[in-house]
Ligand binder design. Structure first.
Ligand code: FAD
Ligand code: FO1
Length: 448
């Protein structure tokens, strides 16, 4: 039922046996979750128990109260859905690899299904957990429509090289997965956690609070999708780059936390909306652009540093390292939106207050950080810190890749050479003014 290309065997020399765990992490939903379905299938065939385990750490890099509030409230909805199907959900607080290893020992687990996730921290967790137990580990890619390991075995130059590979397999992988089945009802269910109590128990940076206009959880994600298809998909191709028009889906926080499946989004768009320029443009972003990000992070360990840049970009940055910077700002000045540029400041205030910046402004925002810092290394450091701290969809492969595109020309080409930027694509205030009403955007953000 789960295509085998979605499953990667992390312990080929071990057999699947004993009780089964789905170690939920990236895909935090009950429905349309291939890793969960795979674990249920194994437990059914082996006639053993299935448990869903989420290991919660208060030290997730870059995460503050804003993200934990969104994630934990979303997890509570998922746990409730799982318990309704008599599938036990365990929330284990502490060091993830340590907690999962304890659970494996205490529950006689023989097989663990983990989510594919290209970020360093997740690879470390899985590697550490495998070190300290003898369980069989399988990894399932529940994030990409076409599984990342399968669609390409190397780092892709750009969307133009990955797109044909994705297109070739899309029909085969674009499907609605079967519904999760109820398990036999005598399974003892652990007590459901209280989101408030869990949030209070964590030692968190509480200076960046929850956002008010984006509700967490799979139901809110589905509602957001329906509203997008019904009211905003038409015209998406032309108007998605105008920050004043709110024409995009606003799905990225839900996709980041896996509260909705990209596959489900794509299938619903194609089912409810004719295949036209708008749905084409949207699916290009949702599938090609997003899956290009996983490809970059999976195959390039330096995805969050300048070492991830192409040779031409490294060279051009070297050649312009000592160029005179007209403005240089500290991380605090950026963080407080205290530069000379009201448009940049408004974009920064949009993530501080609202937790989400419009896609077009993200490019401008990151490129100006390159222009107004002492070095590309410092630009990467500041952009990643600010994006991860304030954006609800931050700490994501799409974020590291979007920042590497803006500052290091990753997946982009060389442009006409100029001071500081070298051959990195340049964007400026006048360019933005030609595209949309800058004053209206600044006013609308300052009203937030
Ligand atoms: P829509 O236009 O509705 O797109 C639908 C989905 O397609 C998005 O939810 C997202 O999953 C995907 N998508 C759209 N554009 C891109 C893109 N350029 N690259 C990869 N996937 C894309 N995206 C994040 O999810 N998290 C981030 O932290 C993030 N940081 C970024 C930083 C910079 C400097 C740049 C240039 C882009 C960044 N992006 C990030 C990508 C993109 O800007 C956002 O995914 C998009 O704005 C999310 O809004 P939406 O869901 O309304 O997008
Ligand atoms: N995943 C976990 O398995 N455990 C966590 O405690 C955890 C915290 C967390 C906080 C903020 C955030 O943005 C992501 C977090 N994640 C956590 C990972 C998340 O589930 C996604 O898998 C990745 O961020 C996307 O690659």
């Amino acid at each position: 039922m789960i295509q085998k290309e979605r499953i990667f065997d992390l312990t080929p020399d071990l057999h699947a046996e004993g009780n089964v765990i789905y170690w939920m992490s990236r895909e935090q939903r009950a429905e349309d979750n291939p890793g969960l379905l795979c674990a249920q299938q194994l437990a059914t065939v082996m006639e053993t128990n299935l448990s869903v385990v989420f290991t919660l750490t208060g030290d997730y890099p870059g995460a503050v109260l804003r993200h934990y509030d969104f994630m934990i409230r979303g997890l509570h909805e998922t746990a409730t859905s799982l318990h309704a199907l008599h599938i036990p959900f365990y929330l284990l607080v502490g060091d993830p690899p340590q907690r999962i290893a304890e659970f494996i020992r205490d529950h006689g687990t023989g097989t663990v299904v983990a989510d594919f996730d290209p970020l360093h921290i997740k690879r470390q967790w899985v590697a550490a957990a495998m070190q300290s137990t003898r369980a069989k580990f399988l990894e399932v890619d529940g994030h990409n429509v076409v599984p990342a390991r399968f669609v390409s075995e190397k780092i892709e130059f750009g969307a133009y090289t990955l797109r044909p590979k994705i297109r070739r397999h899309l029909d085969r992988f674009l499907e609605i997965l079967p519904a999760l089945r109820p398990m036999d009802s005598h399974a003892a269910l652990p007590e459901l956690f209280s989101p408030g109590d869990v949030l209070d128990s964590l030692r968190l940076d509480r200076s960046v609070g929850p956002v008010d206009r984006i509700s967490p959880g799979s139901s809110a994600a589905t509602e957001t999708l329906e509203v997008f298809i019904g009211e905003r998909l038409k015209g998406y191709a032309e108007q998605r780059n105008d920050p004043n028009l709110q024409m995009t889906s606003d799905l990225s926080p839900y996709l980041h936390f896996g509260q909705i499946s990209a596959m489900r989004v794509a299938v619903e768009v194609l089912r409810q909306h004719p295949s036209d320029a708008d749905s084409e443009a949207f699916l290009e972003e949702l599938i090609v652009r997003k899956e290009l990000s996983d490809n970059f992070c999976h195959y390039h360990p330096g995805y969050d540093t300048t070492s991830g840049f192409h040779e031409w970009a490294k060279k051009t940055h070297e050649a312009h390292r000592n160029d005179e910077r007209e403005y240089v700002y500290t991380r605090e000045q950026f963080e407080q939106g205290a530069t000379h540029d009201p448009l940049w400041n408004a974009a920064q205030m949009q993530i501080v207050r609202h937790g989400k910046m419009h896609g077009y402004m993200r490019m401008y925002w990151a490129k100006k950080i390159l222009e107004w810092t002492e070095s590309p290394e410092q630009a990467m450091e500041f952009a990643i810190y600010l994006n991860d701290t304030y954006s609800l969809d931050g700490r994501d492969p799409s974020g590291y890749t979007g920042i590497a595109w803006s500052i290091g020309g990753v997946h982009d080409r060389a442009w006409k050479e100029r001071p500081v930027f070298g051959k990195i694509r340049y964007m400026n205030y006048n360019g933005a003014k030609r595209k949309f009403d800058v004053q209206a955007y600044i006013r609308s953000v300052n009203k937030l």
